[in-house]
Design a binder for this molecule. Structure first.
Ligand SMILES: [Zn+2]
Length: 244
């Protein structure tokens, strides 16, 4: 793994108070980052022309938690991993409360499975130091024994690509357009600057925050663009409140 010039820190950010509590803002900020990294995973697969041997959605989830483990110092990485994993559980709870069935046909795995996959990769990256994390998240031993191997598989595939991106040095290939005054824009402005400082993609990638009529974020391969819907932030706040 190529060394980054600095490991990022999440908790040391001057937190911007937008919501009802600090805990809520931490949850929302962590999940905006986790989702952004997932979409960035789709963009990297497309731009770097990576072969994918299973569901691309699963690969993008792995990229997201792999990036959290790689880019951040331990305390921040742990905080992000807790909140982003809980985001999947909250989605599952919300669906259960609404008595919605699991959409087995969906390209995304069921939220409970995305939760355990995320927890497993993060735990597997450092099982000696992340035992408490695995226990807190209820990761059963039947799964946890395979997690170090699952992490090394992720490291073998994503690590190589990330190394190449880092070896290109700093640049301006992530282009954040038309940020508004939202928390999402604040976070992505900060994040895009940090990533540009450390790496480059083969082609520029545009990132926008715009209203789409639904709480979503996606990568558009035709436009080579990540769109983060303004509606997502409110949805994340609802999710946090559903956890209480
Ligand atoms: Zn996706």
């Amino acid at each position: 793994m190529s060394r980054l010039t600095v490991l990022l820190s999440f908790l040391l950010w001057p937190l911007i108070a937008f919501g009802q509590s600090e805990e809520e803002d931490i949850f929302v900020e962590a999940n905006i980052l986790g989702i952004f990294y997932h979409e960035l995973g789709h963009a990297v697969i497309d731009i770097e022309q990576l072969p994918i041997f299973a569901q691309e959605e699963d690969a993008a989830d792995v990229f997201s938690i792999y990036l959290i483990d790689t880019l951040y110092e331990e305390e921040s990485a742990l905080a992000l991993a807790y909140e982003a994993s809980l985001g999947f559980l909250a989605e599952a709870d919300l669906r259960e409360q609404a008595a919605e069935e699991v959409a087995w046909w969906d390209t995304h795995g069921p939220d409970e499975q995305r939760f355990f996959n995320t927890v497993c990769i993060f735990y597997g990256a450092s099982p000696e130091t992340r035992e408490d994390f695995a226990t807190d998240m209820g990761l059963p031993e039947e799964r946890s024994e395979y997690c170090p191997d699952e992490f090394w598989q992720a490291d073998d595939s994503w690590g190589y690509t990330l190394d190449e991106m880092i070896e290109r040095g700093s640049g301006e290939t992530l282009v954040f357009k038309a940020p508004d005054e939202s928390l999402t824009s604040e976070i992505l402005t900060h994040e895009v600057a940090q990533l540009n400082n450390e790496m480059q993609l083969r082609e520029p990638l545009e990132i926008t925050v715009e209203s789409c009529g639904q709480a979503n974020a996606f990568y558009d391969p035709q436009e080579v663009k990540v769109i983060f819907c303004t509606e997502f932030e409110g949805h994340l706040r609802d999710l946090f409140r559903s956890l209480e």
